[in-house]
Design a protein around this ligand. Structure first.
Ligand SMILES: [Mg+2]
Length: 228
């Protein structure tokens, strides 16, 4: 049985230490000007579309939707301009490169993230993870604003690329937030939660993942846990 492992990016594989969040806020400010109040919102587990909408509670959703391409372009441009800072400040969580390399012989691997596709590529490139993940088989924040909708998109892309379908528990969703667990379960996938993001082991446990890990540092144990 071939498996498809779908990896969340922020909080699961890497942290940009605030570089991306700063670029996002600056991009929103650039697009809407200084008149609209910028609400503080949590970013973890949400798609970039959700973050933009929640950051601008006084703007009509229709206006935000109509201008999403402007936000995306401004965000990507600011992040590209911060490439050196991204390389210098981004960090992989312990064991990430080793587990991706180890699982590469046992499964297909792709990102499943709320990041815009171009943003995900840039973040992964800056920490050297592009060789381990098939970005064309992944799903991203610009595919849909609702995270659970991303799992079938990634599965369909993987099916197209590898010539057979990935269904039910052949699909494994790995992430650091309740949103990751919920999006995997909503699609019948196996869910693996890892507590390297803002949520504690206890908070993640409350959402009932199939597997719960403190981090990805123990390659052998993580491999067994992920594959089940
Ligand atoms: Mg995350």
């Amino acid at each position: 049985m071939e498996r498809l492992i779908l990896w969340d990016v922020d909080g699961t594989l890497l942290s940009t230490a605030g570089v991306a969040a700063e670029a996002m806020r600056a991009a929103i400010r650039e697009v809407v000007g200084s008149t609209a109040p910028l609400a503080r919102t949590t970013y973890a587990g949400k798609t970039d579309w959700q973050i933009i909408r929640e950051s601008l509670p006084t703007l009509a959703p229709t206006e935000i939707s109509a201008r999403l391409h402007e936000f995306a372009a401004a965000y990507l441009a600011r992040l590209e301009a911060q490439r050196e800072a991204l390389v210098a400040r981004s960090q992989l969580f312990p064991g990430v490169a080793a587990i991706l390399a180890a699982l590469g012989g046992a499964a297909r691997q792709a990102p499943l993230t709320g990041n815009l596709a171009a943003v995900a590529r840039l973040k992964l490139e800056c920490v050297g993870l592009l060789p381990f993940l098939d970005l064309a088989a992944g799903a991203y924040g610009d595919d849909h604003h609702h995270r659970p909708a991303l799992v079938p998109i990634a599965a369909a892309r993987a099916a197209q690329r590898y010539g057979h379908s990935f269904t039910g528990r052949q699909v494994i969703v790995v992430g650091d937030t309740p949103y990751d667990i919920d999006c995997g379960r909503a699609n019948g996938a196996r869910t693996v939660a890892v507590a390297t993001g803002p949520y504690s082991l206890a908070e993640l446990q409350a959402h009932g993942p199939d597997v719960l890990l403190p981090d990805l540092a123990d390659t052998a144990a993580t491999m067994a846990a992920v594959l089940g």
